[in-house]
Design a protein around this ligand. Structure first.
Ligand SMILES: Cc1ncc(COP(=O)(O)O)c(C=O)c1O
Length: 370
């Protein structure tokens, strides 16, 4: 597509950093990974960051490292990507879904409270599109009910909530660096925590359960290979060094959309607009009439403009049929998912490209009057 939904921002700095790593002998478990981890930990104000192969790995290891076991229940939301629920399933626990709020598009604290049972062990909150969930209330509930709070902040690097970085609020915070994210390492992820024992365990679990102190052959528990390579970390360091500029550029793109938005189009912009605490991940607007969505996506595609649907609700996935969730169990999630339209949004997007998308939206409306 001429104007894609997302596009990574890779400059000469990233290319040089990757080439430098490739010219050396250490391609895994080296100093560049340590640097990347330090950059992220410092930025988020946490004690530890462990670079991993994906955001999914960060979520899975969060479950295992905080002690989630088969027989436990873990509460999360249906308005997310499969990774969130898959990670819970990988730990052997049972996922319990609660609906989201329309305003934050994140977990509804009241519904969370109602879903807690004696088997509940942890809560995985998802910050959809980088917008914070209702963290103050969720944190209070988790503390009072002795539940572990894990943040799926895969879409929220750089966002904060009442001055606290997303990912730094829960026992662990999980980030993913797929190429559509605020920063990318190609594929990759990171787990952050201020608990040093937990961080050490995550390092071990990501290395097949082997100790990280040089006793390479000493396997202390069952783990996996979830390691991040030096090449990925080199990309990550360069991107982190540019993070402020990247976030500023994305705020500018959001501001252009606000400025050029055609009044005639029945699409609602995100409710948090404009909020300086939000690090923009994607621009997901809500259509007044979900029936318009397929036609609108096709119309924009004809003009070389790519749009998308975020998210496909978890309770409606064939892979989840065994849990018996019904289509109408989560009405707010359904409403958000069915009306969501993700528009092109990336760091290097120009004002002219935003104008072109907005013009295409206005033309679609003119050709399809209410
Ligand atoms: C909300 C959310 N959770 C988890 C993930 C999983 O991250 P990864 O694709 O790096 O495994 C993603 C990324 O797509 C995500 O957007």
């Amino acid at each position: 597509m001429r104007i894609p939904l997302a596009r990574p921002d890779i400059t000469r700095t990233e290319v040089d950093a990757v080439l430098k790593v490739l010219s050396q002998d250490v391609l895994s478990r080296g100093p560049v990974l340590q640097r990347f981890e330090q950059c992220v930990a410092r930025r988020l104000g946490v004690g530890h960051a462990v670079g991993l192969s994906s955001g999914t790995a960060a979520l899975h290891l969060s479950m295992v490292a905080v002690g989630v076991e088969p027989g436990d229940e873990v509460i999360t939301v249906p308005f997310t990507v499969p990774a969130t629920v898959n990670a819970i399933l990988a730990s052997g626990a049972r996922p319990v879904l609660v609906d989201v709020e329309a305003q934050t598009r994140g977990m509804d604290p009241e519904r969370l409270e109602q879903a807690i049972t004696p088997a509940t062990r942890a809560v995985v909150v998802v910050h959809a599109f980088g917008q914070p969930a209702a963290m103050a209330r969720i944190e209070r509930i988790c503390r009072s009910r002795d539940l572990v709070l894990v943040e799926d902040a895969c879409e929220g690097l750089g966002s904060s909530h009442q001055g606290r970085a997303l990912g730094s609020i829960g026992r662990t915070g999980c980030f993913g660096f797929y190429p559509n994210k605020q920063i990318t390492t190609g594929e990759g992820g990171i787990l952050v925590t201020s608990d040093s024992d937990l961080a050490e365990r995550v390092r071990r679990l990501a290395n097949h359960g082997r100790s990280m102190d040089g006793a390479w052959l000493d396997q202390q528990e069952v783990g996996w290979n979830y390691r991040m390579s030096e090449v990925q970390a080199a990309l990550g360091v360069s991107q982190m060094q540019r993070l402020d500029g990247i976030l500023e550029a994305r705020r500018q793109v959001a501001a252009w959309y606000a400025e050029l938005w055609p009044e005639s189009v029945p699409l609602k912009l995100p409710a948090y607009w404009p909020d300086p605490e939000i690090a923009w991940f994607a621009l997901v607007a809500q259509l007044a009439d979900p029936a318009d969505r397929d036609g609108l996506i096709a119309c924009l595609a004809d003009r070389g403009i790519q749009c998308g649907r975020y998210f496909a609700p978890m309770h409606r996935q064939p892979a989840m049929a065994r849990f018996g969730w019904k289509h109408d169990d989560f009405p707010v999630c359904n409403q958000l998912a069915d009306s969501a339209l993700a528009l092109p949004f990336f760091t290097t997007m120009t004002r002219a490209q935003v104008a072109e998308v907005c013009r295409a939206l206005a033309d679609w409306r003119a050709a399809n009057p209410v």
